[in-house]
Design a protein around this ligand. Structure first.
Ligand code: HEM
Length: 207
């Protein structure tokens, strides 16, 4: 419970920041949205999250490209089943490749490898990660779906919103965003192989 509740949100936060820094247009758009909502209070609270649709799309796009559990957890087939002509026998251990599904051009026809939160404003608008749309399953689906999903989503969105509100972000030592190493290190959870190092600059007027 502790591992499942801490590692995936932390990894998602790091990937979201890495993608936003690599994609300055998305960073600007997310910061403008967050700062518009936080303007009078100087911070974002959980009630404000409903007014941050772009930030939510940033989270969806991050989880599509970088699901913290790329193969979910191992499942066991409880009844003989046929999938695409293959016999899957009872007791077979099944791994579901959520990472590959999230990049499959059959579902994600518009530049599947690119970070484009805007895709969720267009064709993929109705696609959510709550287990009903099998093309986006970073939390799994069905009875074994992540029980901490809502907590995880709020935790990441709230933290992300506040660091985007309070700071501008840049890479250290004049590094350019094209030079960022976005490789994934693979364990059961997929973390960023090279940890993200960035410089936080307090935003104008932020105390
Ligand atoms: C961004 C945040 C998170 C992501 C992406 C995530 C993802 C996942 C995934 C993919 C699974 C396996 C589902 C399957 O195999 O079908 C899982 C299981 C689980 N998650 Fe999460 N999780 C997150 C946050 C959390 C949080 C905050 C908690 C608890 C406080 C939590 C608790 C658990 C537990 C206990 C399981 C095992 C459920 C079981 O075995 O049936 N997760 N999570």
């Amino acid at each position: 419970m502790f591992l499942a509740g801490t590692d995936p949100p932390a990894m998602t936060m790091e990937w979201a920041m890495a993608e936003l820094i690599k994609n300055p247009k998305s960073m600007r758009k997310a910061q403008e949205e967050v700062r518009r909502v936080a303007k009078d209070k100087g911070k974002v609270e959980d009630d404000d999250l409903q007014y941050l649709p772009y930030l939510h799309n940033v989270l969806k796009e991050t989880l599509r490209l970088h699901p913290p559990g790329p193969l979910l957890l191992p499942h066991e087939c409880i009844i003989d089943t046929k999938i695409n002509g293959y016999d899957i026998l009872t007791k077979t251990r099944v791994f579901i490749n959520a990472w590959a599904i999230g990049r499959d051009a059959k579902f994600w026809s518009e530049e599947p490898e690119a970070f484009r939160p805007e895709r969720f404003e267009r064709k993929m608008r109705d696609v959510e990660f709550k287990g009903r749309h099998f093309e986006l399953i970073p939390f799994g689906a069905g009875r074994r779906i992540c029980p901490g999903m809502m907590l995880g989503v709020v935790t990441v969105e709230l933290a992300l919103a506040n660091v985007l509100n309070g700071f501008d972000w840049e890479l250290p030592c004049g590094m350019r965003c094209e030079e960022m190493d976005m490789s994934e290190g693979f364990r059961m959870v997929s973390h960023k192989k090279v940890p993200l190092t960035v410089v936080a600059i307090p935003a104008a007027g932020f105390t």
